[in-house]
Design a protein around this ligand. Sequence first.
Ligand code: HEC
Length: 106
Amino acid sequence: MMIILSVFIGMSSSLQAENGKKVFETYCWGCHHQTAVAFGPSFTEIASKRSAEEIQGMITDPAAVSSVFGYRRNAMPAFKLTKEELEAITQYILSYKPKVFSEEKQ
Ligand code: HEC
């Protein structure tokens, strides 16, 4: 039973990583790159300073959240993603959290 369970968990988390990458390539890639600054900030930078809630807020309502984040303009369009896509892209972004930053916070 334990073996079946852990295989299942392993599969679902790699499936989520796969989905996160797909969402990224479909909607975000034109303006964000994983580790390099593009039109918008890199996922490394975002992951180092934002929580999952903040990231999801920005994706669903950038007009409101970008001003909370201190941006003087809002250049990012709002996205209507499914709950699964939103969760997957959030985990995908957070997977780029740099190690030194996460250690500093603890
Ligand atoms: C048309 C270009 C564009 C697209 C497409 C885009 N973004 Fe952005 N994004 C930006 C810009 C530019 C900013 C910086 C804030 C601003 O100027 O609005 C930003 C900011 C953000 C932030 C907040 C950055 C911070 O300070 O923490 C997050 C999170 C984010 N984007 C995630 C995403 C995700 C996820 C997608 C795909 C679903 C996406 N963006 C698609 C342009 C874009």
